[in-house]
Design a protein around this ligand. Sequence first.
Ligand SMILES: C[S@@+](CC[C@H](N)C(=O)[O-])C[C@H]1O[C@@H](n2cnc3c(N)ncnc32)[C@H](O)[C@@H]1O
Length: 339
Amino acid sequence: MAVGGKKKRPGLLKRPSTITNKGIVPKSLKPQQARGLIRRFHVLQKNKYAIIKRLKKAEGLAEITVDNYLEVLSTGKRERSYYENAQNKFRLESTDQLPVVKIDEKLTTRQLIEQLAEIDAETTARGGIGAYQSASTQGQNSKRGGDSSKKLVEWLKQPQYKDRLNDVNALEIGCLSTRNVISTCNIFKNIVRIDLNSQSPLIVEQDFMQRPLPTSDDERFNLISCSLVINFVPSPKERGDMLVRMTKFLKKPVKGSISSLFLVLPLPCITNSRYFDNELLQNIMKELGFKQIFAYEAKKVAYWLFDWSGQVSKKKKKFTKKELYSGSKRNNFCITIGE
Ligand SMILES: C[S@@+](CC[C@H](N)C(=O)[O-])C[C@H]1O[C@@H](n2cnc3c(N)ncnc32)[C@H](O)[C@@H]1O
């Protein structure tokens, strides 16, 4: 019997739903609230991946992944009940002082599954990825004064690029709006917009990491825009994998046409991380065949425009997670390659 004496529902575990079954997608948030929500989503997301990584080591769970965990947990009677009980017990705290559980080797399998259920319940209760996106749009707009693609278009109008923009297309990874300057500037003949959670019929709902690899130049792009996405990706390795994957989607630069990557990260990723800085980013990008053409650090966000040479270094140099700066106030952002 399932919790509460009700007959157990056969089939997969379900992600929790709120009472109204909708979650709360906030229409309007104060900048501080938006930033708080974004930060909370990042913590939840990061913990979720850390839990899955730990659960892989538990007996019988070697195959568990972030995509199949509901399916995997629903096949074990005990695992299923840990998840369901924790999910049913969860109540969203109204306080800002939310607990951040440390996911380490001290947690048992049961505690890990319970944490996972609580993360899912909290994510849903906060409005799911829709709320995160809404907060991103509102919060980031207010803190950086507009959409980041303004900077991209400003750079593309500089002499280095101006005459190389005939018949060019773009891939926008992590797209929240079809009305950003990248879409309205008339530079691109075609833009493919993708996001994990599409908010418009003009945005394809797709995980970039699952997008089929191009088989011809028709499926490649002159420019990839990746603004505030890499920091959303939970692990250093996956962030590196994402950068490597981007090179497979860029056209080689022929006949002077562009082959470029517009990258945006929150400034603290390069100015206040224990494991990462701009120098390391530049070294990684160099190995992948990129050369920085423009860079700009705003108050909260850093922008880069890189040109791609068409060739990733064959040396297969590794970039691992090493402490570069000490200090308890630093964050743990990192990008690794070859780990
Ligand atoms: C903080 S928002 C940034 C949106 C916008 N590019 C901007 O600069 O304001 C991050 C977006 O990236 C999307 N995203 C994260 N990982 C992704 C992936 N692997 N494939 C596609 N979209 C992804 C998320 O769904 C989210 O909408």
